[in-house]
Design a protein around this ligand. Structure first.
Ligand code: 1HN
Length: 352
C-alpha cells in the first residue's frame, strides 16, 4: 500500500474511490502474484463418508423436476459457501434409487459421469440410451439433453464432473428443461454413438469434414481403459516405452475424430501406479480432482501426506505440489481444467 503523505494525495485517492477507480500501484501484488494464489485448498473427501450420506439422501429426498438431480457436491472449504471442488470444477456424488428417474434437461455446462461401482442405470444423451457400468466414463457435453433412469432393484451412485464454476465465473450458464417423457425404456448393450465410433482408429468418413467440439463417443468402457493401462505396465516390464514415468501408466479420454480432449473444458484421464511406485512430483497452473478407483496408497499435497483408499476424492488446486504413491496397485480417475489453460496459452507445469 502506498503511503498517503499529503492532503492533495489524500484527495486524489478519495476522488478515485468516489468514481469507482482503483490505481494499480496500490494493488499490484494481489493482481499479479509471482505464481497462482488459489483460494481453494488441497482437500480429501472419503468415500466411506460420502456414500452413506448419499444413501440417506436417497431414503429421505425425492428426485424429480425442479431439483433435477440427487447430486451432492464436494465443497472445497476454501471456496465456502460455493459447492465447488476447485475454482473451475464441480464434482458430486449422484445417487439414483430403484425405479427412479432424473428427468431430461440440458445446459451449457459440460458434464461427465464416472462409475466407481455398480451398474444398471442408463443415461439418455440426445435420445441415445447409454448403459452405465463400473469403471465407465460417460460424456454429456454442453447443450446435449440428458436424463438418467434406474430400472433395477438396486440403487446406483456415481461421480459427476462439470465445469459449473468456470461457466459461472465467465457468465456462460444456460439451462433448459427437456421432455417429461422418459423416452425408450430399453438398455441396449451399445449406444448408437458407440456403434458409430467405438472401433479404435476407425473414423466414419461421413464425419471427416465436420467434427463436433466434444467427443461424439458417449461412453468409454472399463474393459478398454483397463486393457490400455495394463498394456503400458506390461510393455514397461518387457523394456518397451509407453508409461509416463517408471511404474506410472496413464491414458487420456479423447475425441475419436480429432484426438483432442473428450470435452472442450475438462480433461479426463485414468492413471495406474504399480505397487510401490510413485508419480512424478507435479505442480501445474490449473486445478484437478482425482478419485481412487481401485487400490490404496497416499497423496502428498503441498507437503502434507494423506492416506487414500477406494472412492476417495482429492481436490488439487492450481500450483499445489502433488505426488501419488501406490501401496497396492493404485488406479485413479482424474479430471482437470487443462484444456482451458492450454487453449488460452496459460498452461505452466513443473515435474520432477
Ligand atoms: C447435472 O445436470 C447433473 O445431469 C449432475 O446428472 C450434476 C450439477 C450442476 C448442474 C447440473 C446430471 C449437476 C448437473
Amino acid at each position: 500500500m502506498t503511503a498517503i503523505d499529503t492532503d492533495e494525495e489524500a484527495r486524489l485517492y478519495s476522488d478515485f474511490d468516489a468514481l469507482g477507480l482503483i490505481p494499480l500501484w496500490t494493488i499490484r501484488e494481489g493482481l499479479m502474484p509471482a505464481s497462482p494464489t488459489p483460494v481453494a485448498v488441497p482437500y480429501v473427501w472419503h468415500w466411506t463418508d460420502l456414500y452413506p450420506l448419499a444413501q440417506r439422501a436417497g431414503e429421505l429426498i425425492p428426485v424429480g423436476r425442479g431439483g433435477e438431480r440427487r447430486a451432492i457436491a464436494v465443497a472445497n472449504p476454501g471456496l465456502s459457501p460455493m459447492p465447488y471442488a476447485t475454482s473451475t470444477l464441480w464434482t458430486a456424488i449422484q445417487y439414483l434409487g430403484p425405479g427412479e428417474v432424473a428427468p431430461p434437461h440440458r445446459h451449457s455446462q459440460n458434464a461427465f459421469r464416472f462409475v466407481l461401482e455398480g451398474e444398471g442405470v442408463w443415461t439418455v444423451v440426445d435420445g441415445d440410451p447409454v448403459a452405465m457400468r463400473r469403471g465407465d466414463l460417460l460424456i454429456t457435453a454442453g447443450w446435449q439433453f440428458h436424463g438418467h433412469y434406474n430400472p433395477n432393484d438396486a440403487p446406483m451412485a456415481w461421480l459427476d464432473g462439470l465445469d459449473v464454476p468456470f461457466c459461472a465465473h465467465i457468465d456462460a450458464q444456460f439451462f433448459e428443461f427437456g421432455s417429461d417423457d422418459v423416452g425408450e425404456q430399453v438398455t441396449p448393450q451399445f449406444s448408437r454413438s458407440e456403434r458409430l465410433w467405438g472401433q479404435p482408429g476407425l473414423v466414419p468418413v461421413s464425419t471427416i469434414h465436420e467434427q463436433p467440439p466434444y467427443s461424439p463417443l458417449a461412453a468409454y468402457r472399463w474393459e478398454d481403459t483397463d486393457a490400455a493401462l495394463r498394456a503400458q505396465l506390461e510393455l514397461e516390464a518387457e523394456g518397451y516405452p509407453g508409461v509416463v514415468s517408471p511404474g506410472h501408466a496413464a491414458i487420456r479420454f479423447s475425441h475419436p475424430g480429432t484426438g483432442s480432449d473428450a470435452l472442450p473444458t475438462i480433461r479426463t484421464e485414468m492413471h495406474r501406479i504399480a505397487a510401490g511406485s510413485s508419480t512424478q512430483t507435479v505442480r501445474e497452473a490449473g486445478s484437478s480432482v482425482w478419485q481412487v478407483f481401485d487400490g490404496a496408497g497416499s497423496v502428498t499435497l503441498d507437503g502434507e501426506l494423506r492416506e487414500l483408499v477406494h472412492g476417495d476424492v482429492i481436490a488439487v488446486p492450481s500450483w499445489c505440489e502433488h505426488t501419488f504413491r501406490a501401496a497396492t496397485e493404485l488406479t485413479l480417475f482424474r479430471m482437470s481444467d487443462q484444456p482451458i489453460f492450454e487453449r488460452l496459452h496459460l498452461n505452466q507445469r513443473i515435474a520432477r
